[in-house]
Write a new protein. Structure first.
Length: 199
């Protein structure tokens, strides 16, 4: 809690990662809560990309610079290493081609912060294996028929992806509902945040 702003746990961690004065692009920035906090409290030069028009109006009301674009096609106009950080938080699982989006983000950003819900959390595993239903959890709150997610991955999946694609993992954070998880994160973490860069 800072200056009356109550940040989500993942936003707090991202805010701690990003150095003051950085140039930041937030992909799928939503209504701009994180971007506004970073601009105000970390003195960043912030930009956003968002596809939802109503969310963009909220960003504009906050005084943020946000483009109405699709992540799958909206990264081609930026030069290499233009941003210090590119944020892909809780959006990667919703893009059509996450591999392409990540590699493009790595070209335009010196570092990329990737956050996603862990599909292999123990609650999800229980719901699939014992109850025989598509999981609904704290980090995956949607039913099968209304979920925006089109890709489901685990912490282990993403780690293997980075190894295969020769992407360097600099830092990683695993999150429960209210605090960080340090033991067996692929089983007990609801969400993960990775800081990655080109090898």
């Amino acid at each position: 809690m800072k200056n009356g702003v109550d940040l989500r746990l993942d936003h707090k961690i991202i805010a701690e990662i990003i150095e003051p004065g950085s140039r930041v692009l937030d992909l799928g920035c939503g209504e701009g809560e994180l971007l506004k906090f970073l601009t105000t409290e970390r003195s960043i030069e912030g930009f956003g990309i968002e596809i939802d028009e109503n969310a963009i109006y909220k960003c504009v009301e906050k005084g943020l610079s946000v483009s109405h674009e699709d992540i799958d096609s909206g990264l081609k106009d930026y030069p290499e290493n233009f941003f210090d950080y590119v944020i892909l938080n809780q959006t990667m699982q919703q893009v059509k081609n996450p591999k392409k989006a990540i590699h493009r983000a790595l070209k335009i950003g010196k570092r990329v912060i990737v956050g996603f819900p862990n599909f292999c959390h123990i609650v999800a595993r229980f719901q699939i294996s014992v109850l025989g239903i598509v999981p609904v959890t704290h980090s995956l709150p949607y039913n099968w028929y209304d979920t925006p997610n089109i890709h489901f991955l685990s912490i282990r999946d993403f780690t293997r992806f980075c190894k295969k694609e020769k992407i360097k993992i600099e830092r990683k954070f695993f999150l429960g509902k209210a605090r960080r998880v340090y033991i067996l994160p692929n089983t007990f973490a609801y969400n993960a945040i990775f800081v990655i860069k080109q090898s």
